[in-house]
Ligand binder design. Structure first.
Ligand code: ADP
Ligand code: MG
Length: 392
């Protein structure tokens, strides 16, 4: 299914907000997508592969240069204003969200790229703080605005790395580059295979007739940060004991032969990562050819490994897995993101999307008492200007 740039209602609403706030019309519109991973849990810091999908839920920034050194922002999602001067590096404590845009300005300036003031309305259909990378979408859309006004051009991968730096260095969140790569490098109707060792990417066309549904357990993720750090250190320990740089560097046959050299937990973590890495490559082939049986099998194996070997599945995730597998139109389902609650993902038959959504909602609510969010999404192209909305 094609991502459509022209959502008339959304455009009208955002233009109206811009008019209410700034008393004029925006002159340029930037967009950048959120993302979900289709395969590759925790493979990124093991320098392996990830199959990520830039999604049709995205962040739009409607902007107008204001001939000053001030950036004036309004977030429609938060119903909040914020502004900063391009000549100051002071972060905001009370309005942390401003720092994502200011951080992008700061790294662009450090690269010697011209930045100019503008007024802007931000409107996102990526749910915030749900693991679908609303932060990267905001950074990448901001970079597109600075680029359009500044009159320079960055390659998409360079833009992704600068946006990651903004989040690492200015916002102060230690994230990998996956989110920003996903937001900047997507292609129409394709997922993106990222090699986290050398940061090369290739588009993976998804066979016709299939669609992706993101199912949010809405379970709190309190344990996630500590457990994430623990998994990371266990993977590092495995590599050190095996005498390799990263778990990326060992085949399943070699690992099986040497698995008894590892403590039980570290062994289980390694077995998951090495298999998961291979599943990314296997899923690439299955998505291209539309081999539904294979897709279902790979996603199921990923979930079982995440539950039994990597141990990142909480009870709400197990309930959601069942809810997805029992819904009509499902091809396959698994966890997404780092685990411990948050979102999960299913590949579904495009013509059953609405029945799938309703059934997942009913099944999950029956099992847990919680109403889940289900987002049916299409593959979206990478960050850029909304072409038919550019005005002189
Ligand atoms: P995720 O990237 O998974 O959505 P993060 O915690 O990394 O979660 O980033 C979410 C933060 O990014 C929000 O709390 C907010 O500060 C900022 N943000 C993202 N999108 C917007 C938006 N449309 N308006 C204002 N702030 C936003
Ligand atoms: Mg984020």
């Amino acid at each position: 299914m094609l991502y459509t740039y022209t959502d008339g209602l959304r455009r009208e609403r955002v233009a109206q907000l811009f008019h209410d706030k700034f008393g004029s019309e925006p002159t340029l519109w930037a967009r950048a997508p959120g993302r979900v991973d289709l395969m590759g849990s925790h493979t990124d810091y093991n320098l392996g592969y990830v199959l990520t999908l830039p999604i049709s839920r995205d962040t739009w920034i409607a902007a107008r240069p204001n001939a000053s050194r001030m950036v004036r922002l309004y977030s429609a999602n938060l119903n909040e204003d914020a502004s900063f001067s391009l000549d100051e590096q002071e972060k905001s404590v009370s309005k942390r969200w401003r720092n994502y845009v200011q951080g992008v300005a700061s790294v662009l300036q450090a690269e010697g790229l011209r930045t100019d003031g503008f007024d802007a309305v931000i409107h996102s259909t990526v749910p915030l703080e749900s693991g679908l990378s609303s932060s990267a979408a905001l950074e990448c859309a901001s970079a597109v605005v600075f680029q359009a006004i500044g009159g320079w051009t960055l390659a998409p991968d360079a833009m992704a790395r600068l946006c990651q730096r903004a989040e690492n260095e200015f916002v102060g969140v230690r994230c990998g580059v996956l989110d920003q790569y996903s937001s900047c490098l997507g292609e129409e109707e394709c997922a993106l295979l990222l090699d986290c060792r050398n940061l090369s990417t290739r588009p993976v066309p998804i066979a016709r007739g299939m669609q992706v549904a993101i199912c949010d357990t809405r379970a709190p993720r309190q344990l996630a940060a500590a457990e994430y750090a623990l998994r990371r250190s266990q993977c590092e320990e495995a590599a050190a004991r095996l005498g390799i740089r990263a778990l990326r560097d060992i085949t399943m046959a070699e690992l099986s032969a040497r698995a008894n050299q590892l403590p039980v937990e570290v062994r289980k973590r390694s077995l998951f990562i090495v298999a998961e890495n291979q599943r990314v490559l296997d899923l690439e082939a299955a998505l291209r050819s539309g081999n539904r049986a294979k897709i279902g099998q790979l996603l199921a194996e990923s979930f079982v490994g995440a539950r039994d070997l990597f141990e990142i599945c909480s009870p709400p995730m197990i309930a959601m897995m069942r809810a997805m597998l029992e819904a009509p139109g499902v091809i396959g389902a698994r966890q997404a993101g780092a685990g411990f609650g948050g979102c999960m993902v299913a590949l579904i038959e495009q013509d059953r999307a609405e029945t799938f959504r309703a059934a997942v909602a009913a099944n999950y609510r029956r099992a847990t008492g919680t109403h889940p969010e289900v987002y049916v999404v299409a593959a979206a192209p990478g960050a850029g200007l909304l072409p038919e909305m550019v005005r002189a």
